[in-house]
Design a protein around this ligand. Sequence first.
Ligand SMILES: Cc1cc2nc3c(=O)[nH]c(=O)nc-3n(C[C@H](O)[C@H](O)[C@H](O)COP(=O)(O)OP(=O)(O)OC[C@H]3O[C@@H](n4cnc5c(N)ncnc54)[C@H](O)[C@@H]3O)c2cc1C
Ligand SMILES: C[S@@+](CC[C@H](N)C(=O)[O-])C[C@H]1O[C@@H](n2cnc3c(N)ncnc32)[C@H](O)[C@@H]1O
Length: 659
Amino acid sequence: MKPVLPHAQLDWDDQGRPYSRVFDDVYFSDKSGLDETRYVFIEQNRLAERFAALPEGGRLVIGETGFGTGLNFLCAWQVFEQHAAADALLHFVSVEKYPLSPADLQRALALWPELKVFADQLLEQYVAIHQGFQRLTLDHGRVTLTLLIGDALEQLPQLDARIDAWFLDGFAPAKNPDMWTAELFAELARLAAPGASISTFTSTGWVRRLLNAAGFKMKRTPGIGHKWEILRGEFLGWPHDVPAPAPDKPWFARPAPPSGERRALVIGAGLAGCASAASLAARGWQVTLLERHDDIAREASGNPQGVLYLKLSAHGTTLSQMIVSGFGYTRRQLEHLQRGRDWDDCGVLQLAFNAKEAERQAQLAAAFAPDLLHLLDQSGAQAVAGIGLAHGGLFYPQGGWVHPPALCQWQAGHPQVQLLTHCDALELRKVEGQWQAWNGEQLLACAPVVVLAGAAEIRRFPESAGLPLKRIRGQITRLAQTPQSQALSTVVCAEGYVAPARLGEHTLGASFDFNSDDLTPTTAEHLGNLAMLDEISHDLVERLEIDRLDPESLQGRAAFRCTSPDYLPIVGPLADTQAFAQAYAALGKDARQVPDVECPWLDGLYVNSGHGSRGLITAPLSGELLAAWLDNEPLPLPRSVAEACHPNRFALRRLIRGK
Ligand SMILES: Cc1cc2nc3c(=O)[nH]c(=O)nc-3n(C[C@H](O)[C@H](O)[C@H](O)COP(=O)(O)OP(=O)(O)OC[C@H]3O[C@@H](n4cnc5c(N)ncnc54)[C@H](O)[C@@H]3O)c2cc1C
Ligand SMILES: C[S@@+](CC[C@H](N)C(=O)[O-])C[C@H]1O[C@@H](n2cnc3c(N)ncnc32)[C@H](O)[C@@H]1O
């Protein structure tokens, strides 16, 4: 297990500038950090010119080693704002081992009043920045920041991106040689777009030689302030004398990005469909969102309260990485919604209701930072929850509850999303490069790109019928708040969960039924939910005056979760099942083979489904993942996680297992 990395440990000088205790170095130059950043990074990479030259809908991707206070990022954003066309996009990817705490970031950025409009937006979204990939969507999607939280040498190899300009800013080489190694520079080269530019404040000879050896052509150039010389350069190509990195496996390679009109049809308006629509619209796509009911969020995404609960593993599994990244992304989206009505970050308490759970929790507490989760003993847990409890547990202070329809509404409310209700897509047809959605003889809509986001219903289309999705019925119970139950101040979970009241009602959930196809709520399941409530807190049962309720009159709703066999969502481009099996049949004999055959993609057909019991955590980030596949952008997740969520994983496993 890896040690938990702390926030940056800072000292502040008499002029209020941050200084790193760990590296014994300054975050920016003593004279004027702003002038230095502009000269070393913005000018040497010719950003003003390049932003101005971006074509309609064009995009520039900047990569950085060492995010620190975000000063370089904010300067780049400012120049982008000044020079780029209104529909151009900026992607900034930066790796950071010791992120500043939000309070320190605020203090550091207060030094630059002229960057305040940008700094304020960054600070608003600088929440739940935990280990791994953390995506921030800024300025309505015009600017995307992907922070890779962790050691550069661990994070960069997981990045899938094409970087147009590199900023190297990882403290002085003498003080932090780990950020200036041949191994790291090979990663920068792997990620560099042809002709990518690069610059750094140092002119150290061995740094220049190592960068040259990695395929960059570096030049010394006059410095600024007390820096006599600095380095700038460009990427010439992977060096001939070093073996090139293996290309992506064809079944996980990026399909050619669709050319022509940027119009998409998203089928299904739950969390997955609304998130997909929002992520595409933010990138300038025109989206038609089809929903068979009279409004969005009428099925699984229609519960009054869902819980932002992280079921993590202490061993950094793929699923766990997805959950930490997805939680952060959802949590930042919620900042746009109204607290108390649409969501609340009241925290989530997972009770240690037996010895096995207590052991699991202790492992998690050792593996993650305390601002994500920490242990509470019984009295601490009671104090946080405001009710009597029999156990302590694990507390997630940034978790809470969400009214999922409010999140869907916000996402689908983008002006470039057109919602068409009462549209049940029964059949897809591809005609002259467009996918058409039909209901019998009625053409509902068409577009060059279709995203299937109808949970398990996507199996009705032959193109996606082979995806192994299972429906699991679940029922929640609604309980009226009482004067005594108002004391509940955090979500509490054991086998089930109960949330503080929203608009006078608590949500109690949720049952699991693997066999039933009937969505009429049953009294038996309400009673099951009440039994779970009793396990959570007998005190709360009394406060809610449960014994006065008539079981037959209990209210609630049931819906289907849609789950994949590995509990990861299914997000990405779809291939033709039969052609896939033929193209890669050789894997049936030897799973290590990589036939040099292009994947038979179903051009323009994508899927976002399989969000199981945690769509609030996985669906919004999956919208970003989908858009990144479609628009050939930096992926918002480690490559291995994106592949673990790829629709082709199942066909691949079938081939390898010979089934
Ligand atoms: C009882 C219960 C409790 C839950 N609790 C939590 C929780 O606490 N936290 C959490 O994170 N998650 C929870 N979940 C899971 C979460 O609700 C789901 O993961 C999420 O809602 C899935 O979103 P979705 O968009 O994939 O599916 P859905 O919300 O089911 O949306 C699919 C939409 O597609 C539409 N559609 C389907 N096919 C078509 C078609 N052909 N044409 C037109 N429209 C179509 C449907 O009408 C529907 O609106 C819970 C789920 C249930 C059932
Ligand atoms: C000079 S500061 C960066 C300043 C920053 N670009 C800015 O605009 O404020 C260097 C940063 O590199 C980070 N860092 C140092 N070693 C690292 C490593 N091995 N991996 C990732 N980040 C590292 C430090 O924590 C620090 O935030």
